[in-house]
Ligand binder design. Structure first.
Ligand SMILES: *Cc1c(COP(=O)(O)O)cnc(C)c1O
Length: 356
């Protein structure tokens, strides 16, 4: 049995893996991999997958849910193109993914103003206390910074249209969707397998873009009109997302997931703070509950190889930090059980007993 702390594609519930495997072999007599996306059985899957997002996140009326392709990376472009009104857009730069969103918005001609950045300290905190001009076309931020282990603990409050890349913390905690005009997220961090990208969009912003460049696929108004079936959707990914959302709702929904996630993160941060070998470099108030970044203290840097062997031997996978930060990163997505976190904590404790 492996304990998968990987940052993405991520662990999903075992029951979801089993049902997905069954669907590959038999989905009403065909394989889910060969069924036409226009067949009523798949249309029903798409409808349910969209509806379950609304149910799980209490999405109010007046919002549409879409499953597109291209990952969150294409979401950088799609969000910018659909939200630009020909004026200025504000961005908060909290790391590699936020920087990617800034870069792609500029490529498609959006006039970007970076309102705040935590680059001065290698993105180890969430910027605070900056002004938000009231005439922005929109404000974009990244709710959870997968690589650095920082997370906005509160939604940004603003009167300007709000856009958020929620790839790595969507469905991990309750959110207030009505505060946002556009939310997007790659499926592979908490929703399903790679291949689908989720968009939750306020219907009144659809078609309001002011840009000379709008390929049909990127136009969310068209995607909405075609009920997320403008072309062949990522059939398998949407199917597994539907299975996972059913499981999420059956196990108490996002509220219960949030409680479990709080317990997991609490257990691990408590160990990091009390273990003599390890430290967190992230501002305490900005710590992510999804991606926990930590390091061996400088004076114990020589123990790296020995520690790597120890957690490998315990069946832990995916604990290595991102190549840009080094150290360790334990991703605690919804499907990771508390018992896996306990295994990691026990490994850290025992390693300290032997080496500190
Ligand atoms: C992983 C990730 C991305 C990139 O997602 P892709 O689907 O691979 O394009 C973007 N933003 C955040 C916050 C991420 O965690």
């Amino acid at each position: 049995m492996k304990h998968n702390f990987g940052a993405g594609p991520c662990i999903l519930p075992q029951t979801v893996f089993e049902q997905a495997a069954k669907g590959v072999l038999d989905f009403n007599g065909l394989s889910i991999l060969e069924v036409s996306h226009r067949h009523k059985d798949f249309v029903a899957v798409m409808e349910e997958a969209r509806e379950l997002v609304k149910k799980a996140l209490n999405v109010p009326d007046g919002y549409t849910v879409l499953y597109l392709q291209g990952g969150a990376t294409l979401g950088f472009t799609i969000s910018a193109l659909n939200m630009t009104r020909g004026g200025k857009a504000g961005y908060i730069n909290t790391g590699v993914w936020a920087s990617g969103a800034i870069k792609e918005a500029k490529i498609v001609g959006v006039d970007v103003e970076v309102l705040a950045s935590s680059e001065d300290k290698n993105f180890s905190y969430i910027p605070k206390g900056y002004a938000i001009p009231s005439d922005l076309d929109y404000l974009h931020y990244t709710s959870n910074n997968t690589i650095y282990g920082t997370q906005f603990q509160e939604q940004i409050k603003t009167t300007v249209p709000l856009v958020c890349d929620m790839s790595s913390d969507i469905f991990s905690k309750e959110i207030n969707v009505s505060d946002f005009d556009l939310i997007y997220a790659g499926a592979q961090k908490n929703l399903g397998p790679a291949g689908a990208t989720l968009y939750i969009v306020k219907e009144e912003v659809l078609g309001q873009f002011k840009t000379p460049f709008m390929p049909t696929y990127f136009n969310l108004a068209k995607q909405h009109e075609k009920e997320s079936m403008l072309n062949t959707p990522p059939v398998f990914s949407v199917y597994v997302a539907m299975l996972n959302l059913r499981d999420l709702i059956a196990t108490g929904g996002v509220k219960a997931a949030e409680e479990r996630n709080n317990a997991k993160a609490g257990l691990l941060y408590n160990e990091i703070d009390n273990n003599p070998l390890f430290a967190s470099k992230v501002a305490v108030e900005d710590r992510s509950k999804m991606n926990v970044a930590f390091v061996l203290k400088d004076e114990y840097a020589g123990l790296e190889e020995a520690f790597n062997k120890t957690w490998n031997d315990a069946g832990i996978v995916g604990l290595k930090g991102h190549r840009s930060t080094g150290g360790y990163r334990a991703s605690l997505y919804n499907a990771l059980p508390l018992s896996s976190v306990q295994v990691l904590v026990d490994v850290m404790k025992e390693f300290a007993t032997k080496n500190a």
